[in-house]
Write a protein that binds this ligand. Structure first.
Ligand code: AMP
Ligand code: ZN
Length: 183
């Protein structure tokens, strides 16, 4: 169950962003409308790349998003797509803001696929340290995949008799999510 506290925190985040839209940025890092305006943004490496105070191999940008090569690629062609505004996780963004990132991801993934011709492309986006997020500015990894690239992001699809495969369990979780998404 979603707690009331979480819902309230989300509303506050939306309100703060609306305030910025209506009243203009309170500090320089809110230059790109909609971003979080706390002081963490001023130390953020991806905000520095957006601002041009840190180098990157930029490959694409539009009004609200930027794509550049990962500095320590998991494999050849690994690149990142970010919103220009500072948001720590997807939970801090409106669905519409994240849709802008998704649109650029689709363009970049297509270019990676056509130019590098890997066997496939994985798109990965981590929220929170537990999920593997090390840079606290929303980013989507575009990862070309090749035979035997040894990128270990696969879970076991085949083992039997596992609790997570239980149909009733899946249906019960689906119902909880459906009811939240209807909300
Ligand atoms: P994650 O661990 O999912 O948060 O991914 C962060 C990614 O950002 C890693 O793949 C890093 O190699 C990459 N990264 C960190 N600093 C830079 C930078 N200055 N330029 C490009 N990529 C970076
Ligand atoms: Zn940032």
């Amino acid at each position: 169950m979603e707690s009331g506290h979480q819902i309230e925190a989300t509303n506050i985040a939306y309100f703060r962003r609306r305030y910025d839209c209506e009243h203009g940025p309170r500090i320089e890092q809110t230059e790109f409308t909609g971003g979080q305006d706390d002081m963490r943004a001023s130390d953020c490496i991806f905000c520095k790349i957006v601002a041009g105070t840190s180098d990157s191999q930029e490959i694409y940008q539009d009004e609200t998003t930027l794509a550049f090569m990962d500095i320590r690629p998991a494999n050849d062609g690994h690149c990142l797509v970010i919103p220009k505004a500072h948001f720590e996780t997807v939970f801090d963004m409106t669905p519409a803001a994240f849709a802008g990132v998704g649109s650029t991801v689709a363009k970049v993934a297509r270019a990676v696929n056509e130019v590098l011709r890997p066997g496939g492309v994985s798109l990965i986006q981590a929220n929170g340290e537990l999920a593997g997020q090390s840079v606290l500015h929303v980013h989507v990894h575009v990862l070309p995949r090749r035979t035997d690239d040894n990128l270990l992001i696969n879970w076991d699809r085949n083992s039997n008799n596992e609790r997570r495969f239980d149909r009733e369990r899946i249906a019960e979780i689906a119902e909880r999510l459906r009811s939240r998404l209807r909300g």
